[in-house]
Design a protein. Structure first.
Length: 300
């Protein structure tokens, strides 16, 4: 065998090994997001639970079993006894800690606020399900509550898609009256690509195989690219409010517009200059979002 052919074989094996490792690492990183726990918040000087907000709120911690995993949630006593229950569903890499900036602006609109750490996030066990089954966890959570109430499901980013699926499948069982979707996207591969790009890592040769692998592992098939939220939205039986930053680098504004167009009853608020994670940390953006939510809730 010529020396150059042996070298070519060696390089090919090395390249294949590098590709395999990169694909596996990409899939692993998507299934194991960073953990935002109480310790994470304490280290950064952020509130770690509702009692540590500027206006403290009473809450109880809930532990539930869903899909053979232990999940943690908060049941928070809000300030409007006649208001609806609002269920908050965080995005990939967040947790109930990520709900805390939103809670003070929702407390006067709700009788109670429920948050959950999705699988693989926050204090919950397991790994991320990437939007494949978390709506079942929300069903389990709502079924565990002792009192039925008119309910609004409010999710952001990955949580927005879960909120849509929850309302589509369980609106009757849980008296779901409406959905609020903040920074939604249509397919999971889009924010995954954008987040990986923002970290300066490659996506061209590793992301699609990683998503395919996740589809196989989660039992939704090798052709899964993340459930198309427009297909979920077109069968949504309740009103939808979409809140989206015009400069969102993770979830494109075009995705929000596509979801709004597909939904029978949708309102889209575009917040000029807002991004993916600063709607509730920038006063002007927060004011616009809060007013839109208040008007939306008061409309039904």
């Amino acid at each position: 065998m010529p020396a150059w052919l042996g070298l070519l074989q060696l390089l090919t094996i090395g390249a294949l090994g590098f590709w395999t490792i990169t694909v596996l690492y990409t899939a692993w990183s998507l299934l194991h997001p960073p953990k935002r726990t109480y310790a994470w918040a304490l280290w950064r000087g952020f509130p770690g639970d509702p009692s540590e907000l500027d206006q403290p709120l009473e809450y109880e911690q809930i532990e539930l079993k869903s899909n053979n995993q232990t999940l943690m949630a908060w049941k928070i006593k809000a300030l409007n006894p006649t208001g609806p229950r609002i269920v908050l569903i965080h995005g990939w890499g967040s947790s109930s800690i990520g709900a805390l900036p939103r809670i003070p602006h929702l407390a006067n609109l709700a009788s109670e606020i429920i948050t959950i750490d999705l699988p693989g996030h926050g204090e919950s066990a397991g790994n991320s399900q990437m939007g494949t089954s978390e709506h079942q966890d929300i069903d389990t959570l709502l079924s565990s509550l002792d009192e039925p109430k008119p309910t609004i499901i409010f999710g952001w980013s990955m949580g927005a898609g879960i909120a849509l699926q929850t309302a589509k499948d369980f609106s009757t069982q849980h008296n779901i009256k409406a959905v609020i979707a903040e920074s939604p996207y249509t397919h999971a591969i889009t924010p995954a690509r954008n987040v990986i790009h923002l970290r300066g890592l490659p996506t061209h040769f590793n992301l699609k195989p990683a998503i395919t692998l996740i589809g196989i592992l989660k039992g939704v098939g090798p052709k899964w690219t993340g459930f198309d939220r427009t297909q979920i939205a077109k069968n949504l039986p309740v009103p939808l409010l979409i809140i989206h930053g015009q400069q969102d680098p993770v979830s494109p504004l075009a995705d929000a517009k596509a979801i709004a167009a597909a939904t029978p009853n949708a309102t889209l608020l575009e917040i000029k200059e807002a991004g993916h994670n600063n709607i509730w940390t920038t006063p002007d953006f927060t004011e616009q979002a809060t007013q839109a939510i208040q008007d939306f809730i008061n409309s039904f």
